[in-house]
Ligand binder design. Structure first.
Ligand code: GUN
Length: 272
């Protein structure tokens, strides 16, 4: 499953829509501190903005920024007619409450879809801003020509930002969904039932070939840096590719789709 090609296709579609608008959408990106991974992610998001004609506004705050200052910035961005979407890069430093910050973002500018109002809308099938990674997973599956309806989907991982919403979105696409996690007994017996296997548990190369049904579509959401700087996912790619019907690589899979879906949500926010 070619996340790079599919994400490019989506960005080209967005770029066409943006160029037909009188004013381009704008995305405010807020980063607190110097986490190196976060800096790379923010750089990738801003690059995608440039590719699609979306204006990006960067707010880099020091690690020791008081929570009230961050909340003050969010309040100003909420009120600004120049700002279509707001993204606060996670994780935040330990002295700042992530729920407090995410809840302060206007639900109408919450392009990550992390505000409780948007999580609730997803739950009732009325999502305005579907969270970017799960939306990217579903889009990658569909545009790879894999039918979801009626299939058995297994999601490994139950995180708030990926596993749980991915399960809801696959359910909305009429899959029969099972969610597994660290306490699941006989995990391999469950994963072997999957026609569509979504892996987001955060352990390098955890899913091995014997855990995968022949012909299954395997979507790898993990990303890990191995010694020597090489990247890998939660799936043992070289072994599992021999068994799977379709498989998403790391890098070149879900990560690029996440960023493409962020552009899509920013366009939707501007239209709103
Ligand atoms: N950190 C890791 N992934 C994400 C994401 O999708 N959004 C934000 N805001 N922070 C992240």
């Amino acid at each position: 499953m070619d996340g790079k090609a599919i994400a490019s296709e989506i960005k080209a579609e967005i770029s066409r829509e943006v160029s037909a608008m009188t004013a381009p959408p704008s995305l405010a990106v807020v980063i607190v501190g110097d986490d190196p991974a976060s800096k790379i992610y923010v750089g990738n998001k801003r690059k995608a903005c440039a590719e699609t004609g979306i204006k990006s506004l960067l707010y880099e705050l020091p690690e020791d920024t008081p929570q009230k200052d961050l909340l003050g910035l969010i309040e100003a961005l909420n009120a600004s007619p120049e700002v279509s979407g707001i993204l606060v890069q996670l994780p935040l430093p330990g002295h700042i409450s992530e729920p407090d910050v995410l809840t302060a973002i206007s639900p109408d500018k919450d392009v990550d879809g992390f505000h409780p109002a948007n999580a609730g809308r997803l739950m009732i099938g009325q999502a305005k801003f579907p969270p970017c990674t799960p939306a990217g997973i579903v889009e990658l599956i569909k545009r790879s020509g894999v039918t979801i309806s009626g299939k058995r989907a297994v999601v490994v991982g139950r995180s708030v930002n990926v596993g749980k919403p991915a399960a809801l979105m696959l359910l909305a696409e009429n899959a029969t969904v099972t969610v597994c996690h660290s306490r699941t007994r006989d995990l391999a017996d469950v994963t072997r039932e999957a026609d569509i296997l979504v892996v987001a548990l955060g352990k390098p190369r955890f899913i091995t070939a014997d855990m995968v049904k022949p012909g299954a579509a395997v979507i790898d959401v993990g990303i890990h840096r191995l010694g020597g700087g090489k990247l890998c996912g939660d799936v043992d790619f070289e072994a599992v590719r021999e068994v799977a019907g379709d498989i998403s690589p790391v890098p070149g899979g879900v990560g690029l789709m996440t960023v493409a879906m962020l552009m899509k949500n920013t366009l939707a926010a501007a239209r709103l």
